[in-house]
Structure formats: structure tokens, C-alpha cells
Design a protein. Structure first.
Length: 182
């Protein structure tokens, strides 16, 4: 739908030509290649960690610390905010879920709740100033100006999503109600 709409708009504004289509295709190939390389690296990392037994060792270590679910959630919030400075959402999920899933289930956190939490935190992490990836994407497509303007502009969204994380942490039934009703 997006591609067809974009082509329609480009044709309407008389910008549709072979050069524009070629540039779009090359840009798409570059972005796809970068994403595939990140995914290959993440899958290789997960495979290596699985062979070495790292997820089980980490799960055993954290459960031996007698961490409460609330403490673990706070640690995970900090972890994802830091990871957002370096990785995109899919890479964060691929690299952290195999390690963290045994830990959160051992502590007693619902797996469905954890899945929703990871998705929300992955997106929140991409807004983390000063090096959140989405900040630079927005800066790249907007009019010339300072990245500081983007950082200030994203703060209400950051606070809103962080409030959502606090809300689902305080009331986990918000997340699990619909799946439980099915």
C-alpha cells in the first residue's frame, strides 16, 4: 500500500521518472542489505550463545540472586534504554530474548506480558537521547536544523511511552486480559 501510494503521489507531482525509481530501488537494496547483515549477525550470536549455554547460565545466575520481578523489570528498562543507543529494535529482540526469556519465566513474569514489554521497550529505546537511532532518522528527513530540536521534540513521546511501561508494570492485567479472555 505504501509503495503504491508513493508511486501515485510521485506521479501526481510529476516526479516519477526512471532516475527516481532507480534511486529508490538502490536505497531499498542498501537498507535491506544492512538489515539482513544485522539479522545474520544477531542469529549467529544467538546460535553461538545457545551452543555455549549462556542463556541457561545467565538465567541460573539471576534466579540465584533472588531478584524480585519489579527489580528485574527496572533492570530490563535500563538495559533496553542502553541497547537502543546501539541497536535497532529487531536486533535488540533477537539478541536479548533468548537470554532473558528463561530469566523472566523463572522469576514468574508472564511470557505474554514480557513479549509486549519487549516490543514497547525496544521502540522506546530507539528514542533515547542522545544517540537513539530514530532521532537521527527524523533529523535526516526533516528540514535543516539542530538534532537538539529533535531531542526536545521527542521528549513528550518518550515520557508517554515510559508512562505506559510503568502502567503495564503496575497493572500487568492490562496486557494479559485479552489473551486470557480468548
Amino acid at each position: 500500500m505504501g509503495v503504491v501510494s508513493s508511486l501515485g503521489l510521485a506521479a501526481y507531482y510529476k516526479k516519477l521518472d526512471i532516475e527516481m525509481l532507480n534511486d529508490s530501488l538502490l536505497g531499498t537494496v542498501r537498507i535491506t542489505a544492512m538489515i539482513v547483515l544485522v539479522l545474520i549477525g544477531a542469529f549467529f550470536l544467538n546460535f553461538s550463545m545457545g551452543i555455549l549455554g549462556i542463556p541457561n547460565v545467565v538465567a541460573s545466575f539471576i534466579t540465584s540472586l533472588d531478584v524480585t520481578p519489579v527489580e528485574l523489570i527496572l533492570y530490563l528498562v535500563v538495559l533496553y534504554l542502553i541497547l537502543g543507543c546501539f541497536l535497532d529494535a529487531l536486533a535488540m529482540m533477537i539478541t536479548t530474548i533468548p537470554v532473558l526469556f528463561p530469566v523472566v519465566t523463572a522469576v514468574g513474569i508472564d511470557p505474554i506480558w514480557f513479549g509486549v514489554f519487549v516490543v514497547i521497550m525496544s521502540e522506546l529505546a530507539l528514542l533515547t537521547p542522545p544517540v537513539g537511532m530514530n532521532l537521527y532518522i527524523v533529523q535526516g528527513v526533516r528540514n535543516p536544523g539542530s538534532i537538539t530540536d529533535v531531542m526536545v521534540g521527542v521528549l513528550p513521546f518518550f515520557i508517554g511511552i515510559l508512562s505506559l511501561v510503568i502502567l503495564i508494570a503496575l497493572f500487568p492485567s492490562i496486557v494479559t486480559w485479552l489473551p486470557a479472555a480468548m
